[in-house]
Design a protein around this ligand. Structure first.
Ligand code: PEP
Length: 251
């Protein structure tokens, strides 16, 4: 039985003080989530990671990105041991904004995922097609390539804690969320690809939908057989809408 997961991606938002305020205000929510078997998390900017962890140790706290090298001449980057020193155990990989603005390739994502898994951390791997690819009917081909290259050279044992997020690029931050039918179709396809590649462990891998998820549309996604939760940007920033998202998932 896969546990539901609500993960907020704060992107480049919230100062340390604002992150702390949110984390303290979400303490009761974490208790509520635990009682209802939902995992609850956020991905703050690097500077907010330890503050959020300290203020609410019951939240899953994920980095938004990581460098695959342990240390060295990589100006501006943050390594896995640096995250682990803070107690961070999760990282997003391949968010569409990183792919678009920082040219992250599937191969680069693969290096990060392998390094995270080798270090015992949880990668949350984001995949999804652009509007042009969607309109050309290429969604599944794009997702297949992202998944196969991104998860190259890994075994079933390696991917048991992996989380995959299907996030159509055209739906991120646009208010144009994919229909539940589209989301289920692609998430079901992702699970099939995971089964083809890794066998029955695919049934244990959580797959999230992300893209303009709001309190008033989240429930429809969680009702789908292959969607285990949501990766949420804008609606995760205010604790009130984060609470509404959680309550609508539970009810
Ligand atoms: C995201 O950042 O992953 C995301 C899905 O953003 P939004 O919910 O704002 O579309």
């Amino acid at each position: 039985m896969r546990r539901k997961l609500l993960m907020g991606n704060w992107k480049m938002n919230k100062t340390i003080a604002e992150a702390k305020e949110f984390a303290l205000a979400s303490k009761q929510l974490s208790e509520y989530a635990k009682k209802h078997n939902v995992d609850l998390g956020v991905a703050p900017v690097y500077l907010g990671l330890s503050t959020v962890l300290e203020a609410n140790p019951n939240l899953i706290v994920a980095a938004q990105n990581v460098n695959e090298h342990e240390k060295g001449a990589y100006t501006g980057e943050i390594s896995i041991p640096m995250l682990q020193e803070l107690g961070v155990t999760w990282s997003l990989v391949g968010h569409s904004e990183r792919r678009t603005y920082y040219n992250e390739s599937d191969e680069a994502c693969n290096a990060k995922i392998k390094a995270l898994i080798a270090a015992g951390m949880v990668p949350l791997y984001c995949v999804g097609e652009t509007l042009e690819q969607f309109e050309a009917g290429a969604t599944k081909a794009v997702v297949k390539e992202q998944l196969y290259v991104g998860l190259n050279d890994l075994t079933a044992g390696d991917v048991k804690n992996l989380v995959v997020a299907y996030e159509p690029v055209w739906s991120i931050g646009t208010g144009k969320n994919a229909s539940k039918e589209i989301a289920q179709d692609v998430c079901g396809y992702i699970r099939k690809l995971l089964r083809d590649k890794f066998g029955d462990i695919a049934d244990e891998i959580r797959i999230l939908y992300g893209g303009s998820v709001k309190p008033n549309n989240v429930k429809q996604y969680l009702g789908q057989p292959d969607i285990d939760g949501a990766l949420v940007g804008g609606a995760s920033l205010a604790v009130e809408s984060y609470e509404e998202l959680l309550k609508n998932i539970v009810e």
